[in-house]
Ligand binder design. Structure first.
Ligand SMILES: [Zn+2]
Ligand SMILES: [Zn+2]
Ligand SMILES: [Zn+2]
Ligand SMILES: [Zn+2]
Length: 253
């Protein structure tokens, strides 16, 4: 049996007597933080529904992964087959033939004619472990612009789409930042290369310090995006060498 609430004393303060909740199985009052009903004849686990956050009576529970259990009535709508979906062989409308229990277990044949996978072979939801059918909306977690992990029912992670949008925004910002830092390092390398001529032509002397500053800014920027940019390091090093060479040339005159 899945457990959802961990018994903890430290986190929440004591609950007033009026806040006691009814046991979903026997109806007697119990603490909302109780892991299971304290009445020995009942002793049902207190399992909460992912959709409505209320306790589920044992006979009404769909799903068995901790955190992904549902009331039958709360999940019925999410597994409702659209009216126009028919069996490919007997052409009967599947919504009137298939029960929620059959869908939750994986519908592997048409109950009327036995046609295999009338709704195509479902994927398994990465969160609740129940099948995902083609008529259900899904999401996948995105990290740095790439989809990772298994497909998930949208009703299991209602906030995932907005999280993905945020990930894509951050990825675009990161790409732009790294492009900008690369451009700065390349400019720094060009300045550094011409900066050596500062030994001969005094008006080129500022190019050394400029190369160093560009390299430094590019390094700090790439660090922010945890990317290593060797060109930035070289721009800094050449900038220092330029400056030292020009200083040496100036002193020796
Ligand atoms: Zn009880
Ligand atoms: Zn519910
Ligand atoms: Zn059929
Ligand atoms: Zn799911």
């Amino acid at each position: 049996m899945p457990k959802i609430e961990k018994a903890s004393r430290s986190e929440s303060s004591a609950v007033a007597p009026t806040d006691l909740v009814e046991c979903a199985d026997c109806g007697r009052l119990m603490s909302p933080r109780a892991v299971r009903c304290p009445h020995p004849q009942c002793a049902a686990f207190r399992v909460l529904c992912k959709v409505c956050s209320r306790a589920i009576p044992a006979g009404d529970m769909i799903g068995n992964r901790p955190g992904f259990t549902f009331h039958r009535r709360c999940i019925e709508g999410k597994f409702k087959i659209p009216r126009n979906v028919t069996c490919p062989d007997c052409r009967k409308a599947l919504h009137s033939l298939v029960t929620l229990e059959q869908l939750v277990k994986r519908l592997d044949h048409c109950p009327s004619c036995g046609s295999p996978w009338p709704l195509l072979e479902p994927a398994k939801c990465g969160d609740c472990g129940l099948p995902i059918y083609s008529f259900q909306k899904t999401v996948r977690e995105m990290r740095r612009g790439y989809e990772i992990g298994d497909p998930i029912h949208l009703f299991c992670r209602p906030d995932q789409e907005s999280k993905n949008a945020e990930d894509q925004r951050k990825t675009r910002e990161r790409t732009r930042g790294i492009q900008f830092a690369t451009a700065m390092s390349l400019l720094g390398l060009i300045c550094g290369t011409f900066g050596f001529f500062g030994v001969l032509f005094t008006h080129l002397i500022p190019l050394g310090p400029i190369a160093f500053i560009l390299g430094l800014l590019a390094t700090r920027m790439s660090d922010r995006y945890s990317e290593s940019l060797p060109a930035a390091g070289w721009a800094m090093a050449i900038g220092i060498l330029d400056s030292l060479a020009c200083l040496g040339g100036f002193l020796s005159q």
